[in-house]
Design a protein around this ligand. Structure first.
Ligand SMILES: Nc1ncnc2c1ncn2[C@@H]1O[C@H](COP(=O)(O)OP(=O)(O)O)[C@@H](O)[C@H]1O
Ligand SMILES: [Mg+2]
Length: 275
């Protein structure tokens, strides 16, 4: 089992990094599938206007507004019923057991701008999700790069923020800016987060040493560094291009073991966290 939430109140993970490309979408989609395959009912919220999770879990439908309601409707109109926005996730045409999706759409960026004058704007998703939270074991947010209001909404409601760090785009100052935003939204010194290495290739000894040193010497990040690393695996890229979650694209992919390990480590860690 890759981790199971046996409570009747969904645990909420937000996958976040203020940069594009470190692995938010690949982690969100593959972690969601891993947890669903372990028997948990899972909802993935695509909170990124790039709609890459929607592409992967809705068979390539990036411009989802053409097909039905999206996260844009939840932000646009408080009276939208969240149940009308939730759809079953699919691998190709086949429904993925236990996995649902709130799709995004490229127009989401504009919609977020329009919420800037609304009061309690960081609580929009919390209000909507309240209605369905007891029906899920896990809710996973795939966040946009950048610290916009939709990301603020994810921080506000998340039990745990998960930050992928990639060899190519690693920036300690970027991580610090994100931690500041997490403190601001939560009005505390936010500690319910963890950082993990994605796209990890053991052969890149020099880069790995630099990143490892920066992370382990940072007083706030060091205690929050996960043991799990997601290895570099071309099957991850190929599955994303094919708009199919990795498990359904290549069941033998070795990195699937890493996502299972990540699910287990997160489960153990969040058990100890007091919300
Ligand atoms: N572990 C990995 N190994 C190889 N490629 C990866 C890995 N993780 C992510 N990628 C690729 O890197 C690119 C960016 O990843 P993605 O998850 O879309 O990042 P983000 O959502 O943070 O922008 C995608 O092409 C993805 O397939
Ligand atoms: Mg993404």
């Amino acid at each position: 089992m890759a981790g199971k939430n046996t409570g009747s109140w969904a645990k909420i993970y937000a996958i976040m990094n203020n940069k594009g490309g470190p692995g938010k979408t690949s982690t969100a989609t593959n972690l969601a599938v891993t947890l669903a395959r372990s028997g948990n009912k899972v909802l993935l919220v695509d909170s990124d206007q790039q709609a890459n999770s929607t592409e992967v879990l809705a068979n390539g439908k990036k411009y989802y507004s053409m097909f039905g309601p999206t996260i844009c409707d939840l932000y646009n109109n408080p009276r939208t019923d969240i149940r009308d926005v939730i759809v079953p996730a699919v691998a190709g045409e086949a429904p993925i057991p236990n996995l649902d999706l709130i799709p995004s759409d490229p127009t989401f960026e504009k919609i977020i701008e329009q919420t800037l004058t609304r009061s309690h704007r960081e609580k929009i998703m919390a209000r909507h999700l309240e209605k369905v939270r007891s029906e899920y074991g896990y809710i996973i947010f795939d966040c946009a790069p950048g610290l916009n209001i939709a990301t603020g909404n994810a921080i506000y409601i998340a039990d745990h923020v998960l930050v992928p760090v990639d060899g190519g785009s690693f920036s300690l100052s970027g991580l610090e800016i994100m931690l500041d935003y997490m403190d601001e939204i939560s009005e505390t010194d936010y500690s319910r987060f963890s950082v993990f290495r994605n796209n990890f290739n053991g052969a890149n000894k020099k880069i790995n040493a630099v990143i490892e040193k920066a992370l382990t010497e940072h007083p706030r990040i060091a205690p929050r560094l996960l043991e799990t690393k997601i290895r570099t695996d071309q099957a991850i890229v190929q599955s994303q291009v094919a708009c199919v979650p990795l498990f359904y694209f290549q069941k033998s992919a070795l990195s699937l073991n890493d996502y299972s390990k990540l699910a287990r480590e997160l489960e153990a860690l969040t058990e100890q966290e007091v919300v």
